[in-house]
Design a protein around this ligand. Structure first.
Ligand code: IMP
Ligand code: MG
Length: 188
């Protein structure tokens, strides 16, 4: 899709980001995801948003889960692996831990993008070691061809091409998270 297709009201974004997934298509997909997840996980599960990138997606997803009849507990796990560049360091760290006990819970981990898979392997192992009954994974975007370790998501919003994307919570050096759509950062 070309830059001309951008419907965003952000003038600065207009010249730098080409729309990949529009706000409308995201809203439709996230709503459908809520139903898919509700069919597979306990109504009283625990949703853990893996921050920072998933905060916009997870906020929409939990309301889709509500519409699908679910009643989850919500917690937040801040992990870092990227620094401020576009290349993954591969070194995943806990910046801020969850505050709830996951023992015996059906947990749904929610992240923005599954790329190398290192972030999700780390998060899944952490929650399993703490005694969760089950751990499922939902990611907004899946860059399947970039996987470096063996892990797959149970629920995926969109398959993402191998390009650096921003918006809808995803950042480049902490910018662009506010965009209501997902776009490819043009670097020319
Ligand atoms: P992984 O550990 O390589 O799977 O990295 C996943 C994390 O890298 C995501 O949670 C994002 O924070 C970040 N990331 C990967 N690809 C992109 C991208 O295209 N745009 C913004 N962040 C990205
Ligand atoms: Mg992230």
């Amino acid at each position: 899709m070309s830059g001309a297709a951008i419907e965003a009201d952000s003038v600065s974004a207009r010249s730098e980001v080409d729309v990949l997934f529009s706000a409308e298509s995201i809203a439709q997909r996230v709503d459908a995801l809520g139903g898919e997840i509700a069919a597979h996980i306990d109504r009283n599960c625990m949703v853990i948003a893996v921050l920072k990138g998933s905060f916009v997606f997870c906020a929409d997803l939990i309301r889709a889960l509500h519409r699908a009849g679910m009643h989850p507990r919500i917690d937040f796990l801040t992990l870092s692996s990227y620094g401020t560049g576009t290349e993954s360091s591969g070194d995943v760290r806990i910046t801020r831990d969850i505050s709830d006990d996951v023992a015996g819970m059906d947990v749904l981990l929610v992240d923005d993008i599954l790329e190398s898979g290192r972030t999700m392997v780390f998060a899944k192992q952490l929650i399993e070691e703490r005694g969760a009954k089950s751990v499922s994974i939902c990611v907004f975007l899946d860059k399947a061809e970039k996987r470096k370790v063996a892990i797959e998501a149970d629920h995926v919003g969109f398959i993402c091409p191998d390009q650096f994307v921003v918006g809808y919570g995803l950042d480049y050096a902490h910018y662009y998270r506010e965009l209501p759509f997902v776009g490819v950062l043009r670097r020319d």
